[in-house]
Design a protein around this ligand. Sequence first.
Ligand code: AMP
Length: 392
Amino acid sequence: MHNVRLYELFGICIFASQKYAVLVQLHDLTFTPFISEAEINAGIEEVATKVNADFKDKNPVFLGVLNGAFLFAAELIKRFEGDCEVSFVKMSSYEGTNSSGTVNSLLGLNQSLKGRNVVVIEDIVDTGNTLESIDKILRAEEVKQYKIATLFYKPESYKKSLHIDYVGIAIPNDFIVGYGLDYNGLGRNLTQVYKLKETDNMTNIVLFGPPGAGKGTQADILKNEYDLKHISTGDVFRYNIKNETELGKMAKSYMDQGKLVPDTVTIDMLKTEVRNDLSGKGFIFDGFPRTVAQADALEEFLNEEGTQVSAMIALEVDDEVLVERLLERGKTSGRSDDANEEVVRKRIKIYYEETAILKQFYLKQNKYYGVDGVGSIEEITERLKEVIDGLA
Ligand code: AMP
């Protein structure tokens, strides 16, 4: 079931669906899910246990650093088991996504901290500039001792020597929002943490065309040329049939008749294949999608992973040429669905009935490119490369 959360109410727009796989748009930037609520809570519990052990009987002053620490401060202080006082101070060292390096003075401290045990509560320790200013101020206040508790900590970015006593979660050097942290004012109310979405550098090609159009041959060449991962759903099914897996046994009955394997099975299988190679330069999808449901699923899935289909490139070949090619291939390929003219014609018919509709799907997105699939292998490769090179 879809779980669409209406963050539009807060000026935030969510444009995908599953709970931990949604993109969040704040002003001009897009963010992807990074740290779940459960992980945040585990970090808070860990800090709370240590703070209790060190300060339970010391009547500390908790000094929450606004604005970002308000949620963490509330959760940490709720878990504190002794007497305590609470103050909030304000400092800001952030403008936009880069630490500006300048830190303002402390605002809002309206009690003396002289001789007190102080726990500074920070949302995030990044360069450490804010901490350095706080350190100076607390020394001038002549506190008895102070410790620093931070929910998030960026070790790669921290450049100061002050010791950080309690860390909820150490994170890489990404710009994050949510759980108190904002981007130009927005995002503080998000209950999990998101990080800035990396720009999509992947090239994902849907190689399209009727059976026998030459998709497999061309995909083999193009994958080396562009360093892409070639996923042929037909090949994956055949591999499973050969190895007599449950998936293979299930798919075989459909394939032998030239019919499509059910969408749910095919989509799950494709997702598994894609997830294995998400860090690469991109994919050539060969034989997928074949139905609108598959195209929808691919779009949603790639969006969740921060990427998208770059283009559908269709090899256009006449039916009679296809039949001839497939029967010829059947003499040597060992593929039973190529050897029988009736099955071959059935596969081509299904292509026009169920699959050709996808041309409209990608045409609407301006991603459809038709390429003449008749000629020598080299000629056709050149035509395909011209399209791919033009995509950038
Ligand atoms: P192919 O090698 O692409 O011609 O695929 C051979 C057979 O595998 C097809 O006739 C279908 O039975 C099955 N198949 C491959 N890809 C898909 C898909 N995307 N959806 C459903 N069935 C598929």
